[in-house]
Design a binder for this molecule. Structure first.
Ligand code: GLV
Ligand code: MN
Ligand code: MN
Ligand code: MN
Length: 420
């Protein structure tokens, strides 16, 4: 028998990824095939059923907590030992790809299956997890499942959050739990249960560095912090042909002033800071009426907690100083501190890559991940694999089967080491 990780089956993993990619498949430009699979929808449940159908024949036991986080547990020789946890998410952005999130879930399943096939018998249980609503694309913010698991926010914190159709998160979750009532219910993370022994998440890089530098594996050193805000500007609607400009309270014009001022606030010659206005809702949203209301989102990220505090706290002041005619409200709805991953995991990832003859690069993550919220609970880390041109949150997202299998072999060796 070779090393246990060598039983990772590249073709099987790829088949599963492609089969999952059919659930919510959408067409992108240039023949690209992406996925739109929002959390807590029938498509999400169909994907979860498919995952369970692959895991149960291997003896893995499914269960879900009250946030809908899904677990597949393989027992260890010591059933009382704290489990090693590995996974990611199965929801996608509305215009998402076939790899973001789901790769980490399927890689964890492939790793566990490979270890079994190679006859490895870890002492600790290994649990595969699919977190609820990582993306925040349907209900903002993202990472609700992992935040609740970690006790970072109360489990009912987002009950009133609404999707674009006005459906409340609390109602969608209730419906979802009812539809999956055959799944055994388990305690919610450290709020109702105990901490895992370690957490490892595999993910496509979602950026261009590994490909550009010709590296197989990203040893993720940590994740930059994120703050999300919603700005609402309230003016007055009027006739576009008759209302003099001097008398208008035009919410779109004030939005333009606010965004220009925010661009100044967020200026960063070192190009480290990330600042995005990604969603704009205009009311009444017709071409011949002045807008009486604009809501826009701010996604602000930086590796430094000080910069996040200073500039993030200046957002409301900056908007108020810039608008001329409208009322202003600024609400913060996500605040994830920057984290450093544990040397227990980064060291294991580095050792596994070296043992397997793979090239590796230590790098921070610009995207947030559920792993961010596991850091206070247990040694935590991530394994990145390259993706084509760094494209993600896009149907053109792509990572080739061999690269994905390399990441899974590293994951398998890391899980074997941590669960030994
Ligand atoms: C996750 O999808 C992120 O926006 O970083
Ligand atoms: Mn993801
Ligand atoms: Mn994503
Ligand atoms: Mn994400």
């Amino acid at each position: 028998m070779g090393e246990a990780w060598s039983a990772v089956d590249e073709a099987r993993q790829w088949r599963r990824l492609m089969e999952m990619g059919e659930i919510g498949a959408i067409a992108g430009g240039d023949g690209a095939k992406g996925v739109n699979r929002a959390c807590l929808t029938p498509l999400d449940r169909k994907a979860r059923r498919l995952l369970i159908s692959w895991a149960e024949p291997l003896g893995l036991k499914p269960s879900a907590d009250r946030l809908g986080n899904l677990f597949l547990r393989q027992e260890g020789s010591d059933p009382d030992a704290a489990p090693v946890l590995s996974g990611s998410h199965m929801d996608t952005q509305p215009n998402g790809g076939r790899f973001d999130g789901i790769y980490g879930v399927i890689a964890a399943l492939e790793a566990v299956q490979a270890l079994r096939e190679a006859g490895a018998a870890p002492r600790r249980p290994i649990e595969i997890v699919a977190w609820t609503n990582e993306e925040g694309g349907r209900f903002a913010p993202g990472c609700m499942g992992s935040m609740a698991y970690a006790g970072y926010r109360p489990p009912d914190a987002w009950d009133a959050a609404e999707d674009p159709d006005g459906v409340r998160f609390g109602d969608a979750l209730r419906e979802h739990l009812a539809a999956e009532k055959d799944l055994p219910r388990r305690p919610l993370g450290v709020v109702e249960g105990r901490a895992p022994h370690a957490y490892v998440e595999a993910h496509i890089e979602q950026g261009p560095r590994l490909e550009a530098e010709g590296k197989d594996i990203g040893v993720v050193s940590g994740i930059q912090g994120s703050r999300w805000f919603v700005v609402e500007l309230t003016g007055e609607t009027a006739h576009a042909g008759t209302a003099p400009l001097s008398l208008r309270r035009d919410a779109v014009q004030d939005m333009v002033r606010a965004v220009a001022a925010l661009n100044e606030l967020m200026r960063d010659p070192s190009d480290v800071l990330r600042f995005t206005v990604g969603r704009i809702e205009v009311s009444p949203n017709t071409s011949n009426s002045v807008a009486d209301r604009v809501r826009f989102t701010i996604d602000f990220r930086h590796p430094s907690a000080e910069v996040l505090t200073e500039r993030g706290d200046a957002i409301e002041r900056t908007v108020r100083g810039a608008v001329r005619d409208c009322g202003v409200s600024v609400t913060e709805r996500f605040n994830a501190a920057p984290v450093e991953f544990s040397p227990v995991v980064t060291g294991a990832v580095e050792r596994a890559a070296a043992a397997q003859g793979l090239s590796a690069l230590r790098m921070p993550s610009g995207a947030f991940h559920d792993a961010q919220f596991m850091v206070p609970l247990c040694p935590t880390g991530m394994v990145f694999v390259p993706c084509r041109k760094g494209v993600s949150h896009n149907p053109a997202e792509y990572s080739d089967p061999a690269q994905l299998a390399k990441g899974t072999r590293v994951l398998a060796q890391v899980l074997a080491e941590l669960a030994a």
